[in-house]
Each structure stands twice: as C-alpha cells, then as structure tokens.
Design a protein around this ligand. Structure first.
Ligand code: PMP
Length: 404
C-alpha cells in the first residue's frame, strides 16, 4: 500500500495533525483517537439545544430523543441487529457487570460459569463475584503456550452444567482472535448463554452478531473512535428478556406505587436514569465515519500494517514476541531482551512513541506468558508504515543504550 493511501485515514483525526504533533500513537487498544466528525457531532448536539430524552414534549427534548434513538439504529445496523436489541451502557465493564447481576437469579450451586485464561479483568472479576454469590463454579478455558485458547480442553470438559460462557472476541493482551462461532455452537448445544466481550474486536473486524450467533455482545465507544463513557450491550430478544434489571430508577419503569413497580419494555427496562445522550450521538457519528470507507479497504489497511509490524518485530534479534496466536488482529505484545517492560516504555515515551506496558488488565494470561508483563503496540486506522519504522528505529536506539 502506498504511503499516500495510508494517510487517507489519518487526516480525519485532528489530534494527530496538530502543528508540531510528534506523537506516534500506538495505544489504540486502550483508547482510539477521535475523528473530526465525532467532535462536530458532540459540538452540534449541545449547540443546537440539549434536552433530556423521552421525558418532555418541548422542542429540545424532542430533538434529543430523535437523535438518541437514531443513534441506537445506527449502532444496530453496524453490528447487524435491530434497535430494540441495543442497550446503552457506560462501557464494556458496566455491560459485563449488568450481565453478571442480571443473570444471577438463573444460577444455583453446582452450575458452572466459564471464562478463559486470556480475559480482561472486566470480563473475569464480575464472574468471580457472581460465582461466589451464587455458589456456582467458575471454570477457565486454559491457554496454550502460543496464547490460543485450548479448544480441545474446552470441548472435553464443557457440559450441561455450564449456564454461561463469557469470552473475548479478541484478546486485549496478545491480539488473539477467538473462534467465536465454533465456541457459540458448542456452548449453545448444552443450553449455555454465550456472552462475547467485543471491546477489542469492534474496530478491527466486520462484527455481525447474527452471524456470530452469541446471546450477548459488548463493546465500548472509546475503542472504536467514539467518546468515553458510552458502550453497548447487544442481546438477542429472548436473552434481553431473560435479564433482570440491576439498576433501578426513572425511565426503566412502567407503573410505580409507593409499594411496588412494574418495568418498562425493552430496551428501556435496562436503561435506568438519564443516559449518556451525547455519548450515544458521538458513538453513532464514529460508526458512520467508519462506514464511509469501503470495509475491505479499511480492514486491508490494518492487516497490512499489522503484518508489516509483525515481520519487523519477528526479524529483530532483540525482540521476543509474547503470544503467537494462529489468528490475530489489532495488536502485538513483545518484550525487549534483558529490559524490563516498564523501563522500555519510559524510554519509548522519550522517543514520542505511545505504547502500553504491564499486564494489560489480564493478569492470568500475563502470569502464563510474560511474568514481568509486556509492551503492547496496538493499531488504529490512522497509523502508517512510517510509524512502525519509527518504532523499530527506537528499539535499535534503546538496545544500543543497554548494550553500551
Ligand atoms: N474487555 C476488553 C477485551 C478490553 O480491552 C477492555 C478495555 N481495555 C475492557 C473489556 C473494558 O472496557 P472499558 O474500560 O471501556 O469498560
């Protein structure tokens, strides 16, 4: 791909086009930069009249409600679903907690909840808590030495005791892409509900929840070029109906007396209180922004950058890759031989390269594959081949410092 073509995407991101902007931003798995279209949508919303949704009949409230519900439709279309199957959350973490709380009633002692060893803590700790509360047993699909989950182990031990499988679509530590349709088919044969944490997948794959077949799918706006504080919980209709509300208050009710209340219809039943209206509008703007580019070209751009970075890092004598999964998207973890990842990250910062180091909120995986943690490079649409070259040059310079 020519470098002119690579810059097609970059020019839409004001934070990466400031004068004297020197930062090589390789931390999109933590949060992506925001395109101008999203900034404009946020500004326009407040500038043209802000009102609370679903509550008043005045003009600003009507405008807000229309924009908010139209955003829900945009999100639904983006993932191949319907608006009523989209619940707004504040992010993936809140979504996981809503599911863990909302499904608690369906578990009893002896039931199993399954996760995997590569989960982000957001999709692990709520399930630990739920298991403790309900006396269910938490089971973990182990990972192999290359970081892929051990599918054979999963199939051998999974049974009708399992009521919930909560699993990542893409690992935030090593970029492993999990075989979700295969996991879903297997788990659903035993009657389990399947929850997919799509936080690291949504920006890098053509996510279609119907094709995946999962019962619930979660993601966060700030990892797909949208604002922070907004996220999505998708659920099949019967799966959302099976979910008990765990946050109570305005909006989610139908009738209230001093003694008791009845619930609103979906999706509102699961959205108590004033939602993040502008966040929803900003996220819809981000997804519309992505949609303007042919999907194949966008994904090819990322794939070719990823392959280029993988090749360069693999060839480097001082780099050790952490995890070599069969299928990968979005990111690569590595260590520099003989240098603690924290020291390396501090040095990268001096070269104006933004990377993340540590255990990446996935301690079980880190314990197995990289005890001291690792350095993570994660890509966004705006990255270029030159930035990967800059990273490799910085690695050379850092290694020279340590070799002296
Ligand atoms: N799951 C995965 C795979 C993630 O990468 C993250 C964010 N790093 C989360 C869940 C939590 O997302 P949030 O902080 O937006 O709630």
């Amino acid at each position: 791909m020519t470098s002119a073509k690579q810059h097609i995407y970059r020019r839409y991101f004001p934070s990466l086009n400031r004068e004297n902007q020197q930062l090589t931003y390789l931390d999109s798995a933590a949060s992506t930069q925001v395109p101008e279209a999203v900034l404009n949508a946020i500004q326009n919303y407040y500038q043209h009249g802000h009102g609370n949704v679903h509550r008043a009949s005045h003009q600003f409230a009507r405008q807000a409600t229309n924009a908010f519900e139209s955003a829900r439709k945009t999100i639904a279309e983006f993932i191949g679903s319907k608006a009523d199957n989209i619940i707004w959350t504040s992010g993936t973490t809140q979504g996981c907690n809503m599911l863990a709380n909302g499904l608690a009633y369906s578990l009893t002692e002896g039931d199993e909840i399954w996760v995997s060893e590569l989960e982000h803590h957001s999709n692990l700790v709520p399930w630990q808590q739920l298991a403790a509360r309900t006396r269910a047993t938490l089971k973990c699909i182990p990972i192999l030495n290359n970081g892929d989950i051990d599918i054979d182990n999963f199939k051998e031990h999974f049974s009708e005791k399992c009521k919930i499988l909560a699993i990542s679509h893409v690992s935030n530590s090593i970029g492993a892409l999990l075989p979700i349709p295969e996991l879903v088919r297997h788990a659903q044969q035993y009657g389990a509900k399947v929850i997919v944490d799509g936080a690291q997948a949504i920006a890098h794959l053509d996510v279609n929840v119907e094709r995946l077949g999962c019962d619930y799918y979660l993601f966060s706006g700030h990892k797909v070029y949208g604002p922070t504080g907004i996220g999505v919980l998708y659920g099949k209709t019967e799966a959302l109906e099976a979910l008990q509300p765990s946050i109570f208050g305005g909006e989610m009710i139908s009738q209230v007396s001093c003694e008791t209340s009845t619930w609103n219809r979906l999706p509102y039943r699961l959205e108590a209180g004033t939602p993040n209206i502008v966040g929803a509008i900003g996220l819809a703007a981000a997804l519309k922004f992505l949609k303007q580019f042919p999907l194949k070209e966008r994904l090819n751009h990322e794939r070719s950058l990823l392959n280029y970075a993988l090749k360069k890092l693999r060839e480097h004598p001082k780099v050790e890759l952490i995890g070599t999964p069969m299928m990968r998207v979005g990111l690569i973890s590595f260590v520099l031989k003989g240098i603690h990842p924290q020291d390396a990250a501090t040095l990268f910062d001096q070269y104006n390269i933004a990377l993340r180091c540590g255990h990446h909120c996935a301690m079980p995986l880190s314990k197995k594959l990289a005890k001291q943690g690792s350095i993570r490079l994660s890509l966004g649409l705006y990255n270029t081949q030159q930035e990967i070259d800059k990273l490799i040059e910085a690695i050379d310079n850092i290694m020279e410092l340590f070799d002296e």
